[in-house]
Design a protein around this ligand. Structure first.
Ligand SMILES: Nc1nc2c(ncn2[C@@H]2O[C@H](COP(=O)(O)OP(=O)(O)OP(=O)(O)O)[C@@H](O)[C@H]2O)c(=O)[nH]1
Ligand SMILES: [Mg+2]
Length: 192
């Protein structure tokens, strides 16, 4: 297994429309912002942490890690966040996680990394049973030029971009509950 260092990126650049247009990463669960839960789980798994957010930069900065917005504006979706992340990351491997999945696996990065290496893939993405979790991915930083070209040609859909890459899907069937995400007020109250 390679010992390449890994940058971890919290994707918090969405508009939270299903929750009424809130900045979901700052919404509190058990008395703390969801971003805090996610960062705490991810920190021991990576060599640096970065935060991608398009609003409330000062509040995200309080977590103590660099904060940056999408370079491609207009809330173009998570690929715009990944694009910005790949331009900012210092390490050769980059893992992304969403801001609304506070229970992410503690061995997420180790398992994505093992599969990426074993398959010699460009990108490893989590799945549970037949459900893909496309924003939980580990990729090589050098896919940036490929992603930039995809975005410049008007591409926005994460699945469409993945279909042009050498990817490996990594099975987390044993931890399905760790991927539950919070999209609505009802989802939030179910966890509270
Ligand atoms: N950087 C960036 N991240 C995004 C964007 N849209 C969604 N995301 C992130 O992608 C992940 C999954 O997105 P969703 O669950 O759809 O979150 P959302 O878009 O804020 O919420 P909805 O508006 O209800 O769809 C979350 O971590 C979001 O922060 C975007 O335009 N830019
Ligand atoms: Mg969305």
């Amino acid at each position: 297994m390679s010992d390449a260092k890994i940058s971890g990126v919290l994707l918090a650049g969405g508009q939270g429309r299903r929750m009424g247009g809130v900045d979901k990463g700052l919404v509190e669960l058990h008395g703390r912002p969801m971003a805090a839960h996610v960062l705490e789980r991810l920190a021991p798994q990576v060599d640096e942490l970065l935060i991608n957010a398009n609003q409330n930069a000062e509040r995200y900065a309080e977590f103590g890690h660099p904060v940056f917005p999408d370079e491609i504006g207009g809330f173009a979706g998570p690929l715009a966040g990944l694009h910005a992340a790949l331009t900012r990351a210092h390490h050769p491997l980059v893992v992304t996680v969403p801001c609304d999945s506070p229970f992410l696996p503690e061995d997420l990065v180790a398992r994505l990394h093992d599969s990426l290496q074993a398959a010699g893939a460009d990108l490893a993405v989590a799945k549970t049973f037949d459900q893909a979790h496309p924003v939980f991915c580990l990729c090589r930083r050098e896919v940036l030029s490929h992603l930039t070209a995809f975005l410049e040609s008007g591409g926005r859909k994460i699945d469409a971009w993945y279909s042009t890459l050498n990817i490996v899907e990594v099975c987390f069937d044993d931890q399905e509950a760790a991927f539950r995400n919070i999209n609505t007020r009802e989802d939030l109250s179910r966890e509270s």
